[in-house]
Design a protein around this ligand. Structure first.
Ligand code: ADE
Length: 233
């Protein structure tokens, strides 16, 4: 979302890519610049042309990722954003998690072979040194296209040991598998999935604080990555 991206754009001093680099008619937009000797492209989905709100969810994430991968040919992709977190996995409002794998919790297809296809579990690149150096929590990121959850979503999140619930990472992982680009997630917690408050309430209340926590983490993460091979992360 733009509200998540804007503080990072400012903090890293990125510029809006005009003319656009990611071709239309997709609404994806990018910001580019240099940070800690890395060339950085921050890509957002843009606004839905019908409803004029930020494009969220796995379809927009997959489309944007596919087009951005073609346009920028990145060496590494980080799925940045806010998310719900499980307190049973150590999440608190404003804590930042590194994603170790991604899975879909709302694609239930009980047909031979399609059950696993629906989940589309995908390992992120290992980042033990990054987690240790920046004292970041780590866990499974589970994606679905609803801010809330139903019992079936809950069961799948539990079966897969989800620590983080959001709406994009598994769609990004799926698009990236066509390109074989290394990938991990950085997710800042706005709401507690296994708490007792409606996610929309907590999300709106904590979006600013979580976006700040994300912004405060991105710069040190880029600094740590700079000059290292993917294997050294
Ligand atoms: N983004 C922030 N909180 C979320 C939640 N609980 N579910 C999905 N996406 C989110």
């Amino acid at each position: 979302m733009e509200a998540e991206a804007a503080p990072i754009v400012k903090r890293l001093g990125l510029h809006f890519d005009d003319p656009r680099i990611i071709p239309g008619p997709s609404t994806a937009q990018s910001y580019s610049g240099t940070a800690h000797d890395l060339t950085v492209h921050l890509v957002v989905n843009g606004k839905d042309t019908r409803f004029e709100v930020d494009n969220v969810g796995t379809p927009a994430a997959s489309l944007t990722t596919y087009l951005a991968a073609q346009a920028f040919k990145p060496d590494l992709v980080i799925s940045l954003g806010t998310a719900g977190g499980f307190k049973t996995k150590g999440a608190a409002i404003g804590s930042v998690f590194v994603g170790t794998s991604t899975v879909n919790h709302d694609r239930r297809i009980p047909l031979p072979g399609f059950d696993k296809y629906g989940l589309w579990h995908c390992d992120c690149i290992p980042t033990p040194n990054l987690q240790k150096a920046l004292k970041l929590q780590a866990g499974v990121v589970s994606s679905g296209n609803s801010l809330d959850w139903v019992k079936e979503d809950w069961d799948i999140m539990q079966q897969n040991g989800a620590a983080v619930k959001e709406m994009e990472a598994a769609g990004i992982a799926w698009a990236l598998h066509y390109f074989d680009i290394p990938f991990f997630c950085l997710k800042s917690i706005t709401d507690i999935v296994d708490g007792d408050r409606p996610p929309q309430e907590e999300f709106l209340e904590n979006l600013g604080a979580a976006a700040q926590a994300l912004q405060d983490t991105v710069a040190p993460v880029l600094e740590f990555i700079s000059g290292k091979s993917v294997e050294a992360l």
